[in-house]
Design a binder for this molecule. Structure first.
Ligand code: ATP
Length: 290
């Protein structure tokens, strides 16, 4: 393997506060945000202010401001190309803020990568693992990067995920690789778990049962999870707070319960997918879960 494992942020359940600087088409947004995370006086795990990022003529992020207090599950939703991964890369220090600021645990991830990444568990869509290693070798290798690595927990996760310790990574299925990636992200018990489209590589059983259970456990332990997905039904199942991003702008960021309540039509509470479509239109809405 030519490089150390990708930095792995941790999942936790926190509540996310967001502001949209006049971009949000819904007037309840600011009040809902204040009613959610704002009522909790705690250090924000993630604090992004006026972050703008362009790639040539494309504005991937446009003046994004977010504050995510500790101890909740934050769902970051948006269609393909909305800006989710670009935002996450800034949190990991993989991209430097062109304008605006990014703080994780109060630290700048670009200037203090060790201080930030050692406290994060991260699973990316690509989940690039060294194919030639065996599962047990990968676990031994990865533990060297994290002083807080928990051997007992790693073994427990390996059994829960039904991973054969002697299997070569290259011979694992896509879903098994995703389980291995999740194990590495979790075994050092990170304060913040960041999952960037984790479901794209996971089979339905992992998605529905294991991922949800992992996220709940982390949240119950008072840690924080940031979870990006275009599968709104999935986000709806696990998130405490939902941030919707569209064309690089935050169009809504509030506690899930407040969002649902604000869109209630009599007895009927619309789904997150229906709310997203109402905000940005059918063509721009993320895909429905298969
Ligand atoms: P997906 O769900 O498809 O991963 P996303 O919401 O994560 O989408 P981003 O990957 O953040 O979206 O991309 C946001 C925009 O920025 C897109 O228009 C994308 O094409 C563009 N973009 C992202 N990275 C780069 C890059 N390195 N060079 C050029 N354009 C980029």
């Amino acid at each position: 393997m030519g490089r150390p494992p990708a930095p792995r942020p941790q999942l936790r359940r926190d509540s996310i506060d967001g502001e949209n600087h006049g971009e949000c088409p819904c007037d309840y947004n600011q009040a809902a945000v204040r009613a959610g995370g704002g009522s909790k006086v705690s250090e924000s795990v993630i604090s992004v202010s006026e972050l703008t990022r362009r790639f040539g003529a494309t504005t991937a992020l446009a003046s994004v401001t977010l504050s995510m207090p500790r101890g909740a599950v934050y769902g970051l939703v948006g269609a393909n190309g909305a800006g989710k991964t670009t935002l996450i890369k800034h949190l990991l220090g993989l991209l430097r803020a062109e304008s605006g600021s990014v703080r994780v645990f109060g630290l700048d991830p670009v200037t203090d990568p060790v201080g930030v990444l050692s406290r994060i568990g991260y699973l990316s869509e690509e989940n690039d693992l060294p194919g030639w290693m065996r599962v047990d070798e990968l676990i031994r290798y990865s533990r060297a990067f994290y002083p807080a690595w928990d051997d007992g927990y790693a073994d427990e996760l390996r059994q829960t995920f039904a991973l054969d310790p002697t299997a070569r990574i290259t011979n694992l299925s896509k879903g098994q690789k995703a389980r291995a990636g999740l194990l590495l992200a979790l075994a050092h018990r990170p304060e913040l778990l960041v999952l960037d489209e984790p479901s794209s590589g996971l089979d339905p059983i992992v998605r529905r049962d294991i991922l949800a259970a992992v996220i709940r456990t982390i949240a119950d332990e008072g840690r924080t999870v940031l979870f990006s997905s275009h599968l709104l039904e999935e986000v709806e199942q696990v998130a405490d707070h939902v941030t919707m991003i569209h064309n690089g702008k935050i169009v809504l960021s509030a506690p899930l319960d407040a969002i649902r309540e604000s869109h209630r039509a009599g007895q009927r509470v619309p789904s997150l997918a229906e709310i997203f479509i109402a905000l940005v239109g059918m063509a721009a809405a993320p895909a429905r879960e298969a």
